[in-house]
Write a protein that binds this ligand. Structure first.
Ligand code: V47
Ligand code: SF4
Length: 386
């Protein structure tokens, strides 16, 4: 009997698409040109079926989430990315917020006794919050709660901190790692290609700098994530170029855990005139990322940005992770116009969301160790989702 992939191969009318499906079946890597071709010609059902085949080959029905909270130390930023709805330029810093170390420790302490495994710390690039400030913060968090995994600082924040401290990337990363920084989130990547990066985020670290910081972290044994901000002025070629640079580094280091596409939201920023992508385009992008990034173990839909219904839908298009409970502790997306104005989901709601589409909910820690398998636990509280 034919398997789903054989049916897909035999029904593909276009010979190039058929060849891509054959490659997926045989676990062969697709080329950049084939990646672009998928964006140009691959309809939603075709790329979705291929991505789901890969997802199930890698993870079966397992869908991961974690229990985490965010700390955003400041939204004051020396940079001026055009898509950012969150930052207040340093010149207008009285309109922003700046948390002291004690205030941030109080946030950590407010989770005492709760089964949280990760704190995610990212924010704007404030010139007064330097490397020593964050070393003190990380040290104090680790002293208070040694088992809490600290995933903190985008490569943009780190690049600025290290340059100000006159340290090399190696010295800076080693220093932060030695006081308790466990892993890096994937932010700040945006679109690597200089044609686009200069238009939307011209004044911050470039592609080579971003990749160097992640490579250095990987060489120290740390894991990191990678993002791509899509659906604005970039072309298909730029998306593939971005993912090729990530795929190349992953071949070298194997240090990336998760790829997280971030849908551009156009509320209240300098790119508000740029329309947002459609849900069909979002799902095609997830699927093509799953097909192209053959060496990334995980693909995450970040529900506070995508919305919970679309995050649920993405589980049929290659996604195997929907991030965490968040607990209403991030403002980046609500300020950019996401429908999730107060992002918080209980474990029951996350589990229900995954079970509603017949997948297997598994709570993980940051490094994808299984904390708890929820497949046999039933919640009656489905209505709380609506
Ligand atoms: O780099 C800013 C993005 C990122 C907008 O690693 C926007 O687990 C859409 O990287 N529309 C920071 N996106 C957040 C981030 C992240 C989030 C969740 C999980 C992880 C992880 C990382 O937010 C920025 C930028 O690409 N962003 N403004 C906007 N208007
Ligand atoms: Fe600053 Fe980050 Fe916003 Fe760019 S995206 S302006 S680096 S806070």
């Amino acid at each position: 009997m034919n398997s789903s992939i054989d049916i897909l191969i035999s029904s593909a009318q276009d010979k190039d698409l058929k060849a891509i499906a054959e490659k997926v079946k045989n676990q062969e890597r697709i080329t950049d040109a084939e990646g672009v071709l998928l964006f140009e010609k691959g309809d939603l059902s075709f790329v979705g079926a291929l991505a789901n085949f890969i997802r199930e080959r890698l993870h079966g029905d397992t869908t991961y989430f974690n229990r985490n909270f965010h700390i955003e130390p400041t939204n004051v930023c020396v940079f001026s990315c055009k898509f950012c709805s969150y930052s207040k330029l340093y010149a207008h810093k009285e309109e922003g917020w700046e948390l002291s170390i004690d205030q941030m420790l109080d946030i950590v302490k407010s989770y005492d006794g709760k089964p949280i495994t990760e704190v995610h710390i990212v924010g704007g690039v404030h010139p007064k919050m330097n490397l020593e400030y964050f070393v003190e913060l990380i040290t104090k968090i680790k002293n208070h709660r040694p088992d809490l995994h600290i995933k903190a600082f985008t490569a943009v924040e780190l690049d600025y901190m290290f340059r100000k401290a006159k340290m090399t990337t190696e010295e800076g990363m080693k220093y932060l790692h030695s006081v308790g920084l466990d892993s890096l989130p994937g932010g700040g990547a945006e679109i690597f290609h200089p044609e686009i990066r200069e238009q939307i985020a011209g004044d911050k670290v470039d592609a080579a700098g971003w990749l160097k910081i992640h490579e250095t972290a990987h060489n120290l044994g740390m894991h990191t994530n990678a993002t791509m901000l899509y659906g604005h002025v970039e072309k298909y070629e730029h998306r593939i170029d971005h993912m090729r640079r990530l795929r190349d580094l992953q071949d070298k280091t194997k240090g990336f855990n998760t790829f997280i596409p971030l849908k551009f939201r156009n509320h209240d920023n300098e790119m508000s005139h740029v329309p947002e992508s459609t849900i069909t385009e979002d799902m095609r992008l997830y699927a093509i990322a799953r097909i192209y990034l053959d060496n990334f173990p995980h693909l995450k839909a970040y529900w506070p940005m995508l919305g919970r219904d679309n995050a649920q839908l993405s589980l049929a298009f290659g996604v195997n992770d929907i991030d965490g409970t968040i607990d209403d502790s991030t403002k980046i997306y609500s300020m950019a116009g996401s429908e999730e104005q107060k992002p918080a989901m209980s474990t029951e709601q996350l589990v229900t969301l995954i079970k509603q589409v017949k997948r297997r909910p598994v709570e993980r820690d940051t490094l994808y160790n299984i904390v708890k398998d929820y497949s046999d636990i039933s919640f009656s509280d489905v209505a709380t989702l609506n």
